[in-house]
Design a protein around this ligand. Structure first.
Ligand code: C5P
Length: 281
């Protein structure tokens, strides 16, 4: 069985102080985009994982592997499984690529091993804070540590230009940096600078931005350079360091990508889509 796993952008991410469980309560507006990995889950003689083009681990440290193992434990069969993952979504970048792979693998394995929807939801939260959203996808308000996903009307009629700087940020470290800074609020985009479909969510800001910049100030250099070349506000998604801006059309986003500075890990135009993953028969 084959599936497509889609990346996400955090249109907005508000954080509150760390709870006793070690996680920060958040309120985010999450959006799936058409930047994708491909994944197959097949019966095999022994468990294994292959990432032919590289870009992710090929063992149990890969969330997709852990998703399949957890689904099999919850399911009705113990058949060994081989996962083949074609990575395109850069990681780590704040684009949720690993979580998207996990959500797609989990849903494939849930079919294969007849796992209930309740078990899928439970496993998703155990895998990571971004996985419950990736299971649902589209446009959603996400709360708790990430486990509460409230789907919103599909947002459309705009595009993103996304640039991934050559900066690797670890999510847990960015949250710790936010704690050290005593809970800063990030810069915001107001309604006037948002596409019409998103104005109801204004203002949209990312509280992890100052925390990421405190770890690696070059993030702000990339942001400032892109904002100057594009002439519009540039935001960071998740714990970074991918940066994005809104454009009315894909072709305008592609023009913006074409004038991004040299040296990025990736630069791409993308559009919002209304699901987190899909099975390709
Ligand atoms: O849940 P996940 O494994 O993706 O989270 C990675 C790290 O990010 C956690 O160990 C935690 O330090 C931090 N985190 C947090 N609050 C959240 C989500 C993640 O502190 N809501």
């Amino acid at each position: 069985m084959r599936a497509t796993a889609y990346a996400k952008i955090n249109l907005g991410l508000r954080i509150r102080s760390r709870h006793a469980d070690g996680y920060h309560p958040l309120r985010g507006v999450f959006q799936t985009i058409d930047w994708r990995d491909d994944l197959t889950v097949e019966d095999s003689d022994e468990d294994g994982m292959e990432v032919p083009g590289g870009g992710a681990p090929e063992d149990e440290t890969n969330l997709a592997w852990r998703a399949v193992a957890a689904a099999r434990d919850a399911g009705d069969d113990a058949q060994p499984t081989r996962i083949v993952l074609t990575k395109r979504i850069p990681s780590p970048a704040g684009l949720g690529g690993g979580s998207a792979d996990a959500a797609a693998a989990l849903n494939l394995a849930a079919r294969r091993f007849s796992v209930s929807f309740d078990d899928v939801r439970r496993i998703a939260v155990d895998l990571g804070s971004d996985v419950p959203f990736a299971v649902v996808g589209g446009t959603a308000i996400v709360t708790g540590r990430g486990e509460f996903v409230s789907p919103q009307p599909d947002a459309s009629g705009f595009a993103f230009a996304i640039v991934v700087p050559p900066i690797s940020l670890d999510t847990a470290s960015v949250y710790r940096s936010w704690d050290r800074l005593e809970g800063p609020r990030g810069p915001e985009i107001g309604a006037d600078d948002l596409p019409p479909a998103l104005r109801g969510y204004a203002p949209l800001g990312n509280d992890l931005y100052p925390a990421a910049v405190a770890i690696d100030p070059t993030v702000d250099g990339w942001r400032a350079e892109l904002a100057s070349r594009w002439g519009i506000p540039v935001m960071m998604t998740g714990s970074g360091a991918a940066l994005f801006a809104y454009f009315p059309t894909r072709s305008e986003a592609e023009d913006a990508v074409s004038i991004a500075p040299e040296g990025a890990v990736a630069a791409k135009a993308a559009e919002p889509i209304n699901r987190g993953w899909e099975i390709v028969e």
